[in-house]
Design a protein around this ligand. Sequence first.
Ligand SMILES: C[S@@+](CC[C@H](N)C(=O)[O-])C[C@H]1O[C@@H](n2cnc3c(N)ncnc32)[C@H](O)[C@@H]1O
Length: 192
Amino acid sequence: MYSIRSFYNFISPFYFCIDWFLNFHKKELIEALNQLPKGELLDVGIGQGSYIEKIKKHNITGIDLSEKMIKKCSKSHVKCIKMNAEKMSFLESTFDYVVLSHVLSVCENPNKVILESIRVLKPKGRIFILNHFSTNSIFRYIEKKFKYVFRVFKFDSYFTSENIKEVDRLQKEQEITLGFFRNYKLLIYQKP
Ligand SMILES: C[S@@+](CC[C@H](N)C(=O)[O-])C[C@H]1O[C@@H](n2cnc3c(N)ncnc32)[C@H](O)[C@@H]1O
């Protein structure tokens, strides 16, 4: 089976189509990040980082498995590093904010990524999770039926909040439901 890295390296030239679609749900994330005091921000699985243009306030570090994705993320105010989010090389309590935007449903072990994000976050720091979540509707049924097909495309179509149980270690501050079908969420947590 091909890896997530190879998959994203392969689709990198066409990623702008997916990006266009995903950017609809980023308005609230951008607003929330721009309201925070200046700090060290880590974007996990930054991809091509198109939305990051709109975040000027913070010192931004972006990590990603795919070298071809981050090659396209060469913004002057972002430090991009090829790194696996399941095993980050940052010291504990390095960042004030960690962003996980449309990454948990594509990575191999979402809970390992969350554990690492918590480790590198400072106490009282915040984690921002933006993702689709299968809601209790007809979509949940369809997504469950087709989940193995979607996995071939390195995308977990059937993705529930139970997939991310490690966030129980954090205090939930906000939950914003987004999207025409109400199947996207922006979740904001604070580290105790
Ligand atoms: C759907 S894209 C989202 C990109 C960007 N965050 C956004 O919101 O547009 C998912 C990205 O996560 C990266 N990724 C997946 N698993 C990863 C991991 N374990 N460590 C680092 N990056 C990972 C992929 O290479 C890809 O660039």
